[in-house]
Every structure is written in structure tokens, then in C-alpha cells.
Design a protein around this ligand. Structure first.
Ligand code: SR1
Ligand code: MG
Length: 409
């Protein structure tokens, strides 16, 4: 089989053969078995195991269209960006990024460390498992990968080279459409839960002041080349286990606003929180899980601010960034963007095409409607009053306010 001249999408047998003939990873006498394990929206993920030694790796191949819908024509060489950014993020946060072994520009695939002893964080949270170290680990990942690639820290010419290398038009277009545009009108591609439709019409689609703010935020996303961001940092992009985590799937990476990453983490923790509120029956289990989620939301925001502040002082190289007041201005802007993006992510995962199991798995329609309403009202506050969200407690106060309002407590 010729893997060297022409791209084609591989099946399991071909992926095993590819690993055997093209990669120098397993022993010569290896007996390879392969399973396609991908359940994401875009790519094919093959787990290849040597039955003799137990060694394994992951081979990730990009297809010519997205798995979620063939309406998205996404250039298969997008995983050059993904393997490049994984290598760069590994440099800045080695504990929290998988090792990449190779990248193949013909077959549009790359091999990386197998993380089968980890669980996708969204699935673990749907089982209401808790990870007390998460907030500390994810904030270290974000601060180290983001601040290091800004003009505050990085040499400006080096940064501009990275801006060029990480121009990512196809994947950015997906976010521009699915996050910033379609959820804010009655787009045919949306996946509205019918019992929530009238509420969405009233509170989202008919709110011109909200739509104007979303328009401003879309231009912020398209034009603010602040740092090399992950670009899709939800709980489905995090592999986790008790003592550590690995951030995966940075194929949406590009030079964009730092708040896009922090805002995505906050919103997806809020989804896990509302899932706990509306699905856990046992009162003690519920109370423990809800306390854990609240503490985690609070810590993610507060630790991010503290660590960003400290690393800024240690690492800033740009002369004018050291002027009195600049750091506070810079962090405040990031926090505003983060709140707004948290709001956008909450809206788009409820209204738009790409939904989250935290919400769709709430089987009771009345409970799901309530969960969606709480998220949408909080989302509006995060977007419209984004300058107020400067600590974890302010996020929690908003959540509690709308929870009371919707539950009539
Ligand atoms: C067409 S891709 C849909 C969504 O899946 C990815 O994980 C991103 O979140 C994207 O918006
Ligand atoms: Mg993904």
C-alpha cells in the first residue's frame, strides 16, 4: 500500500499498516491491532496497540469534511497546525500536553502519546466525578501557553512569524459561524430544543442590544491577535485522571483573544454544574458535587488572575508593558473578553449546531428547559455586563441569581 504519494482516508487495517510501515515506533516483531475510537466532530482517531508488548499510540487523521456534517469543508492539512501547536504548547506546559511523535503532510495525520489511562473530562463530569487539582492545573496550562506567546513576553518578530504560521482560516470560519453568528438568529442549522424556543426568541433573537455586543465580540475574535490560543478549550478537549490532565485537540488554534480560552473553560464548567443540579437525585451526592463545581469555577477565575499577574511580572520583556497601570489594564481586558466568551459558549452550545451532552442528556424535558434558561440568562449577563466579572465570586453570584429566578426559590 502506498502511503507516500497520495492522501486518502484510512480504515482501521490501513491505519495499522501505516503505523507498521511508516513509523519507527514499535518493535519489529510487534503484532498490531487498531481501533477507530474518535467520537468528536471532525477527525478520525485510531488507537494502535502492540498485543505483544502492550505499547500503544494514537494516530489522528483529518478527513476532507467534518464528521458532524459534510457542510463543513475543512482542509485536511489542518492537522499540521494541530501537531505544530501541540509541540509548542508542550514546550510551555510539558506536564499538560501529550507528546507528538511525527507529522505526515501527505496522509494528513500525526502520531502521539496514547492517553487511554485518562478519561475525557466531560464524560467524567457527567458521571459526577470530581478533580480537586483541575483548577490549579488548567490555569497553569493557560497562563503558561498564552502569556508566553503574547507581545508582552515574546520577541515581536518571532511572534509575527507565529501569527503567520498559525493562520487557520477554515477552523476560524467554523467558530465565526457557529459561535458568533448562527446562535443569534433563527438559523436553519441551529438545534433548538423546542420547549426552549419561545424563550430563545424573546431573550436572545429579539434582543438587539445583545446582538450588537455579539457583533463587537465577533470582530474582537477576528482581529485581536493577542496570543496563540487553543481555540476550543472545552471539557471534551481535556483528558483527565485523578492527579493530572492533558489538553488535546488544539486544531482551532490561531492568534486570537486570550479570553477565548478562559471563557470556554468557565462556560463548560457551568454546563457540568447545571447538569449536576438537574440530574443528581441523592441529596448528599448533589451537595458535594455542586460545592465542588462552585469551588472549581471560583478557583479557575481567581487562580488564572493570580498566576497571570505573577508570570507577567516575571516574564514581561516589552518595555512599555511595564509602565504603571498597564498590567491591570491588560488583565481587565482579558477578564472582560473571558466573561463575554463564557456567555457566547453557553448560548451556542444550547442554541447552535454543536451541542454538549451536559445539557442534551438531561432526560426530563422540564428540567432541561430550566437548565437551558439559567444558562441563557447567565450568558446574557456575562456578555452585556462583561466588565463586572473580575473574580470567581461574581460568576457564582450570577448563576445563583438566575437559578433562584428560574426555580422560583
Ligand atoms: C464543525 S465542528 C463543531 C464544533 O466542534 C468542535 O469541537 C468545535 O467546538 C466546533 O465549534
Ligand atoms: Mg475537538
Amino acid at each position: 500500500m502506498d502511503f507516500k504519494s497520495k492522501y486518502f482516508t484510512m480504515n482501521e487495517a490501513q491505519a495499522a499498516l501505516y503505523v507498521e510501515t511508516e513509523l519507527d515506533y514499535f518493535n519489529d516483531d510487534a503484532k498490531l491491532v487498531c481501533e477507530e475510537i474518535g467520537d468528536g466532530n471532525l477527525n478520525y482517531i485510531f488507537r494502535v496497540v502492540d498485543e505483544k508488548s502492550g505499547d500503544s499510540l494514537i494516530l489522528k487523521q483529518a478527513g476532507p469534511v467534518a464528521r458532524i456534517s459534510d457542510e463543513f469543508k475543512v482542509s485536511p492539512n489542518r492537522n499540521k497546525i494541530e501537531s505544530d501547536i501541540l509541540r509548542l504548547q508542550y514546550k510551555y506546559a510539558p506536564d499538560y500536553v501529550p507528546v507528538v511523535y511525527n507529522y505526515d503532510p501527505i496522509m494528513n495525520c500525526f502520531a502521539m502519546e496514547d492517553l487511554s489511562d485518562y478519561t475525557i473530562m466531560r464524560d467524567a463530569l457527567l458521571d459526577h466525578r470530581t478533580f480537586p487539582l483541575f483548577a490549579d492545573q488548567i490555569t497553569t496550562f493557560m497562563v503558561n501557553t498564552l502569556l508566553s506567546t503574547t507581545d508582552v513576553v515574546m520577541d515581536h518578530k518571532e511572534k509575527k512569524e507565529l501569527v503567520k504560521s498559525f493562520i487557520n482560516p477554515d477552523l476560524c470560519e467554523i467558530s465565526e459561524d457557529l459561535v458568533y453568528t448562527e446562535p443569534f438568529y433563527d438559523c436553519p442549522r441551529n438545534e433548538v430544543f423546542e420547549p426552549t424556543r419561545a424563550f430563545i426568541e424573546e431573550h436572545i433573537w429579539n434582543d438587539d442590544s445583545l446582538k450588537l455586543e455579539v457583533a463587537k465580540l465577533k470582530f474582537e475574535f477576528m482581529t485581536n491577535a493577542e496570543a496563540l490560543i487553543h481555540g476550543d478549550l472545552h471539557t471534551g478537549s481535556i483528558f483527565i485522571k485523578e492527579d493530572t490532565l492533558k489538553v488535546i485537540d488544539p486544531e482551532f488554534a490561531f492568534y486570537g483573544p486570550i479570553g477565548y480560552d478562559l471563557g470556554n473553560v468557565i462556560a463548560n464548567l457551568i454546563f457540568a454544574y447545571v447538569n449536576g443540579q438537574f440530574t443528581i437525585e441523592d441529596e448528599t451526592e448533589k451537595s458535594n458535587y455542586i460545592s465542588y463545581m462552585k469551588e472549581t469555577i471560583r478557583e479557575v477565575v481567581d487562580l488564572f488572575i493570580n498566576k497571570f499577574d505573577k508570570v507577567f511580572d516575571q516574564e514581561a520583556t516589552e518595555q512599555v508593558a511595564k509602565y504603571d497601570g498597564f498590567k491591570a489594564y491588560y488583565i481587565n481586558k482579558i477578564l472582560q473578553d473571558s466573561a463575554a466568551v463564557a456567555g457566547l459558549e453557553l448560548c451556542r452550545r444550547i442554541i447552535g449546531l454543536a451541542q454538549v451532552k451536559d445539557i442534551t442528556s438531561i432526560a426530563d424535558a422540564s428540567k432541561r428547559t430550566k437548565a437551558e434558561r439559567i444558562c441563557l440568562l447567565a450568558a446574557k449577563a456575562f456578555i452585556l455586563k462583561r466588565e463586572q466579572y473580575k473574580s470567581g465570586d461574581v460568576y457564582l453570584a450570577t448563576l445563583e441569581q438566575y437559578q433562584k429566578e428560574i426555580l422560583g426559590e
